[in-house]
Design a protein around this ligand. Structure first.
Ligand SMILES: O=P(O)(O)OC[C@H]1O[C@H](O)[C@H](O)[C@@H](O)[C@@H]1O
Length: 519
């Protein structure tokens, strides 16, 4: 971090020597056979310091590491001054030297805990109060559109960080949303997928379409049987398992437009009633071509119905750092939700860019989201590297990317709610690591990060896992651990698939099934 090449540190050289000398002997089943305590040694439970009920397990025992390798990886982090730069970041120093900016997304969810000196940090509370007031007005119906009707649809127009974060979180926290949906698709065997959809269905008005070429696919048939059970609990007589149609009974719908291809906006507007739609123009700079073009088209569409420009104020708000461009667009400054240049686009869901989340799931739930992230910030700031979950995941990632030469890293959450997680984290990781020079301007001679990809795990099993498991060495065969008494979770096909996920992408652990859940 000091500007040197990472490959110049002694720890890097030692890792290279270790890899060259030992990697052919690092076989997972042997590591478990040699050490019955491997799981205990290489797993950590996270307990949120502010909410002891918030816990999760990080199991990194199924990675191709030994204690000496992990120690050397942590030495590398120390030689690169990770702790010093972390502390500088939390102190508000301008560690983004190319733009002379601080990097302070942690200040968006701080709740006055860390003392941070930087212009704008003391304004965060005011913006949150604005988000609370506005989101509650939309949700309660006290905010009325230009004909006096309540808002039932919000359309977020934004791209990159101004789209991916809110899309991911509104999907992940859908359970808490004020909404009803129109057409539903169930694929994941994780019961929450079907359960969430059945919550929206009236058995008297629902049609189930069982789509399966073979009619034997386990996930589909299980879901079909559960749906039939649910239906019969209400309908009683099997004779009724015949004709059922459902109709939209929409409450509050959140839609997202990002692509400049006009069909994205056009298809979205088909679902909107101009009298009851709120457009949220989400752009940090308010100059991004795709977003501004879509915002102008949305305004034209709205004015075709509303006629008078004065009504724009009731139906358009902006999330931006650029007051001048927002007011020039015609949005009332009172309806602008500010943030600051120290928020990177990929971290902006925690800022005013999260307005769509707050409206969709309610401000109190949005605040819980911020507090959960703050708990992890505290852990990252205060925990020694040996026990520091994000640091452990990061250094294991370097081991695979730079020494094993793994070029891609799949994120495969088995929870349907997280089906947008890989899309979101592609930007988080790849935009962060997408550099080719050091802080000192020197060209690097190693990989700075993997290609991030992924999907809901169960769905991936029926599309791309075949190549992962049986293709030409995308993942070395050693990664697929056979069942052993020391490795009890590897006793079924399903568990072997879970294991191989763990080998390739440690971050998935925090979000996917834990070992005990898998059992
Ligand atoms: O929010 P905006 O200013 O419209 O920017 C949208 C996106 O633009 C660029 O691609 C940046 O690299 C991203 O970090 C950003 O999220």
């Amino acid at each position: 971090m000091s500007g040197r090449l990472a490959s110049e540190y002694s720890a890097w050289k030692k890792l290279q020597q270790t890899y060259d000398a030992e990697h052919s002997r690092i076989i997972l089943k042997d590591l478990f056979a040699q050490d019955p305590n491997r799981f205990a040694k290489f797993s950590k439970e996270y307990v949120d310091t502010t909410d002891k009920n918030t816990t999760f397990l990080l199991d990194y025992s199924k990675n191709l590491i030994t204690q000496p390798i992990l120690n050397t990886l942590l030495s590398l982090a120390r030689q690169a001054e990770l702790e010093t730069y972390r502390d500088k970041m939390f102190a508000g120093e301008h560690i983004n030297t190319s733009e002379d900016r601080s990097v302070l997304h942690v200040a968006l969810r701080n709740f006055d805990d860390f003392k941070i000196q930087e212009a704008g940090v003391d304004e965060v509370g005011g913006v949150l109060a604005h988000i609370k007031e506005f989101s509650e007005a939309i949700r309660s119906g006290s905010w009325k559109g230009y004909t006096g009707k309540t808002i039932n649809t919000i359309v977020n127009i934004g791209i990159g960080g101004s789209d991916l974060g809110p899309v991911m979180v509104t999907e992940a926290l859908k359970h808490y949303a004020k909404r009803d949906l129109t057409a539903h698709f169930v694929s994941n065997i994780d019961g929450t997928h079907l359960a969430e959809i059945l919550r929206l269905c009236d058995p008297e008005r629902t049609l189930f379409i069982i789509a399966s070429k073979t009619f034997t696919t386990q996930e589909t048939i299980t879901n079909a049987e559960s749906s039939r059970d649910w239906f019969l609990a209400a309908a009683k007589d099997k004779a009724h398992v015949a004709k059922h149609f459902h109709y939209a009974k929409r409450d509050l719908t959140a839609l997202f437009v990002s692509n400049i291809d006009g069909t994205h906006l056009a298809e979205t507007l088909r679902l909107c009633d101009p009298e009851r739609t709120l457009f949220i123009i989400a752009s940090k700079t308010f100059t991004t071509q795709e977003t501004i073009t879509n915002a102008e088209s949305a305004r034209d569409w709205f004015l075709t119905a509303a006629k008078d420009k004065v009504h724009v104020a009731k139906h358009f708000v902006a999330l931006s750092t650029n007051t001048k461009a927002v007011t020039a667009f015609g949005i009332d400054q009172a309806n602008m939700f500010a943030f600051w240049d120290w928020v990177g686009g990929r971290y902006s869901l925690w800022s005013a860019i999260g307005l769509s989340i707050a409206i969709y799931i309610g401000y109190d739930n949005f605040e819980q989201l911020l507090k959960g992230a703050h708990g992890m910030d505290k852990h990252f700031k205060e925990t020694p590297l040996e026990n520091n979950l994000p640091v452990l995941m990061a250094v294991i990632g370097i081991w695979y990317n730079d020494f094993y030469g793994s070029q891609t890293h799949a994120l495969l959450p088995y929870d349907q709610y997280l089906h947008k997680f890989a899309d979101y984290f592609q930007q988080g990781d790849m935009e962060s690591n997408g550099k080719f020079v050091t802080k000192g301007g020197q060209r690097v001679d190693y990989q700075t990060g993997p290609i991030i990809w992924g999907a809901a795990g169960t769905n991936g099993q029926h599309s791309f896992y075949q190549l992962v498991h049986q293709g030409t060495k995308l993942i070395p065969a050693d990664f697929i651990a056979p069942a052993t008494s020391h490795n009890p979770i590897a006793h079924s096909k399903h568990h072997r698939i879970l294991l191989s996920n763990f080998f390739a992408q440690p971050e998935a652990l925090a979000f996917g099934k834990t070992e005990s859940e898998a059992e």
